[in-house]
Design a protein around this ligand. Structure first.
Ligand code: PEP
Ligand code: MG
Length: 765
């Protein structure tokens, strides 16, 4: 049974379209259990009814036409109790209801299991048999297992299928929907979807109608001829090294490209109005799916060949396709894996937002987007992105949500938010030169996080008083190899000069986890618990020393550098790093023959162990800085980039707040400065708490700085202290957030909060 389970799930993953998924489930499950009937009922959210959606064994004429309420029948009972019901005689059961016409009356044995995805009942899977007997334990276990696996596939198909099942005409009538990813860059925008694809990716070609069918056909024929020629050449190149039989593969390839084979189907689709790339992608994908679902290993292997051929044709089509991409005003660029160069191709005045199916807040494109202030959503895994071309999209970069085909009401709501935001930004001009202080003159440093030079410009414009975190890995991420000492020195110098005499806190290389360098790949089972941050650089002192030397050299004559060490989890690690730092400093003085100031050195508090050793760490350095992103991740055991658990990644969790208080107290007890540079520092809702906890500096993205400053300036220190006292007595984050929202509303600062508040709260980056 395990083998059939694996095969079914694999087959389903290759199917696009909800109805096909359901039909396949009914057929395959019935066969695997060896019973007479298998049916799938799906819950309709609006009516809370379970619709008879697929069957093998009952009357198909009723598919989609008949349903039961959640309080009706055995199906309703399974859904309500959220557990299997296994009966030897269903008809005799008091919950049984007679659904006329579907032909259930002769089946006595009944086993129904709920299909549950992320705590929500999506439907019920039922098997039935004529004999009056309970299904045995193995059968029940099999059905529960398959239902758990199917839930994800059905949820995915429901989301994507809601679009892809429809024909072009019906597409226009589509109701809206929402897809969830993670925030890549804060902000909201409304625009038109433009789908961009990497070269020759068969699964990333959008459906697009062609403006000139004749031209597309001609173009396809030319590209096909080019591929044929390539394959013939490949074949003859290998002729001397391969036996004749081994070369047979090329004959197979050529026969597949014969005019009566694949090209015939492609031409048909082009004639129906699809552009050539779309037609190739559709035909090839359909064949790949067929081959992949076959049991015969030889035939399965053919899928690879077909894919290869398809890519070759597509590569030619994409090379010279003259259907030029026109970017509309308010372009929302959408792609499976957006790259920085795709972003760069859009005229800046037209780019309103970015959506990437893959990737996280640390992907290059998200880093750029933040620097440029472009709202961005990353990791929207369920997004049927190829269907979003030309559609109206609302992008909520605060919460990581993408709304497509919004209702008029939703559109108007977001339009109002955008207008409000732009008014707000205009008002920020007056704040620029005002200090970050409370109404009773308690001063707090409002610094920025940077990575690129673009950040620097925006930061200075917004009145940043220093840099609390320069993510030095950013320039490393954008290269093909480690930058040399001199290259690094120049980059660091630029940052230091731009801010001088304000302090610039440079973090030493922080790679690993989800930040990997293409030229220094780290592949691990649990990367966030693995080789990351200081662990990597201590193991590679040559990398660490070069970087520190470059920083110290860049600091010459400016003396506004601070150095900060990421992911420290023990005193020993810190001491090793300090030793290397002092060594680099001494060596440089000797080498250059000049006096070089030793910069202030700090430790990032990102790991629970460092919270408990904050005093011991503070004794050895000049400042502590909390990386609340990682600290929250590790305290709550929630992957910060996993959208599935994003709603429980919560820096307002009382445990996180207690840790933050302890770090501030311990740093001050050792007479050291304490700052916070995770996203929480830029969340205006947290400002009163952080002020009262005693944080000296809040370091955030330039986008959030004016909002935080505005909140700081609207409260008294006394008020903040009273709020903190109250919050620290609460045992859950919901109450804490509500309290803070209420107080900020009272002082008129609620406009600074995340404007899309009725959605799940995910801290925006
Ligand atoms: C953090 O972890 O809070 C932090 C500032 O570092 P990064 O987000 O770069 O991991
Ligand atoms: Mg971190």
């Amino acid at each position: 049974m395990l083998e059939s389970l694996r095969r079914i799930v694999q087959e389903l993953n290759g199917i696009r379209g909800l109805q096909q998924v359901l039909d396949t489930i009914a057929t395959r499950v019935r066969d695997a259990v060896g019973t007479e009937v298998c049916s799938v009922y799906l819950r309709d959210q609006k009516t809370d009814r379970y619709f008879f959606m697929a069957t093998e064994g009952l009357n198909r004429d009723f598919i989609g036409k008949i349903s039961v309420g959640s309080h009706e029948g055995l199906v309703g009972q399974v859904a309500r109790r959220e557990e299997p019901i296994n009966l030897q005689d269903a008809i005799a059961d008091p919950h049984f209801i007679y659904l006329p016409g579907i032909g259930e009356e002769e089946y006595k044995g009944f086993l129904g299991v709920p299909i549950i995805h992320q705590r929500t009942v999506l439907g019920v899977l039922v098997v039935q048999q004529k004999t009056q007997r309970r299904f045995d334990e193995d059968e029940e276990a099999f059905l529960v297992t398959i239902s758990a696996q199917l839930a994800g596939v059905i949820a995915h198909a429901q989301l994507t299928g809601s679009i892809s099942l429809l024909s072009e005409d019906e597409d226009e009538k589509l109701v809206g929907g929402k897809f969830v990813g993670v925030s890549g860059s804060a902000g909201v925008s409304i625009g038109t979807g433009v789908v961009v694809t990497p070269t020759a990716d068969l699964y990333a070609v959008p459906d697009r109608s062609s403006s000139n069918i004749e031209l597309e056909l001609k173009f396809f024929t030319q590209c096909l001829a080019a591929v044929r020629k390539d394959i013939e050449e490949l074949s003859s190149k290998l002729a001397s090294r391969l036996a004749r039989e081994e070369q047979a593969l090329f004959d197979v390839y050529l026969s597949m490209l014969d005019d009566h084979a694949l090209p015939l189907e492609v031409r048909e689709r082009i004639e129906q109005g699809q552009w050539a790339q779309g037609a190739v992608s559709q035909v090839i994908r359909a064949h790949v799916d067929t081959f992949e679902s076959m049991n015969d290993p030889y035939l399965k292997e053919r899928a690879t060949d077909v894919k290869d051929l398809g890519r070759r044709v597509l590569a030619y089509l994409q090379l010279t396709d003259d259907e030029e991409l026109i970017y509309p005003d308010q372009t929302i660029l959408i792609g499976e894996e957006l790259t920085a160069s795709m972003l760069a191709e859009v005229p800046p005045e037209k780019l309103a937002g970015l959506v990437s199916v893959r990737g996280s807040a640390n992907s290059h494109v998200a880093i750029f987007a933040r620097s440029l202030g472009i709202p961005t959503v990353m990791g929207v895994q369920d997004l049927p992105f190829t269907k979003l071309e030309g559609r109206e999209i609302i992008l909520d970069g605060y919460n990581g949500h993408v709304h497509y085909n919004p209702s008029e009401e939703l559109h108007n709501r977001f339009k109002a938010i955008i207008e409000e935001e732009s008014q707000l930004i205009k008002g920020f001009e007056v704040l620029k030169d005002l200090p970050g202080e409370t109404t009773d003159k308690h001063r707090i440093g409002l610094w920025v996080n940077t990575g690129l030079m673009a950040d620097v410009m925006r930061s200075l414009d917004r009145g940043a008083e220093g840099v609390g975190l320069f993510r030095s890995e950013v320039p490393f991420l954008l290269r093909e190899r480690f930058p040399s000492e001199e290259e690094q020195r120049a980059i660091y110098r630029e940052q230091l000069e731009a801010f001088a005499p304000r302090k610039v806190t440079m973090r030493t290389l922080d790679v690993g986890g989800d930040k990997s360098l293409s030229y220094f790949p780290i592949v691990e089972e649990n990367p966030f618990l693995g080789w990351r941050g200081i662990r990597v650089t201590l193991d590679h002192p040559e990398i660490f020393l070069v970087q520190v030397r470059a920083m110290l050299k860049a600091n010459q004559g400016l003396n506004n550098l601070r150095i900060m060490l990421p992911m420290i989890s023990s005193v020993m690690e810190l001491e090793e790093a300090l030793e290397l730092l002092y060594r680099a400093h001494d060596e440089l003085i000797e080498e250059l023959g000049v006096e070089l100031e030793l910069p202030e050195i700090g430790v990032m508090i990102e790991v629970p162990a460092a919270v408990y050793q904050a005093r011991e760490l503070a004794k050895r350095v000049n400042f502590l800085s909390v990386g609340s992103n990682d600290l929250t991740q590790y305290l709550l055991a929630v992957d910060r980039n996993n959208s599935r658990v994003a709603s429980i990644f919560d820096p307002f969790h009382p445990a996180v707040l207690q840790a933050l208080q302890k770090v501030a107290d311990d740093a001050h007890a050792e007479g050291q400065q304490v700052s916070i540079c995770g996203e929480l520092a830029g969340n205006p809702l947290a400002s009163p708490l952080l002020i009262a906890m005693g944080y000296d500096v809040l370091s955030m993205s330039a986008t959030n700085l004016p909002k935080v400053k505005s909140v700081v300036r609207s409260l008294s220190y006394k008020q903040c202290q009273a709020l903190l006292k109250q919050a620290m007595q609460m045992d859950n984050s919901r109450e804490i957030r509500e309290l803070l929202e209420q107080v900020l509303t009272e002082v008129g600062a609620h406009r600074m909060l995340n404007p899309v508040l009725d959605d799940v709260q995910i801290t925006a980056v």
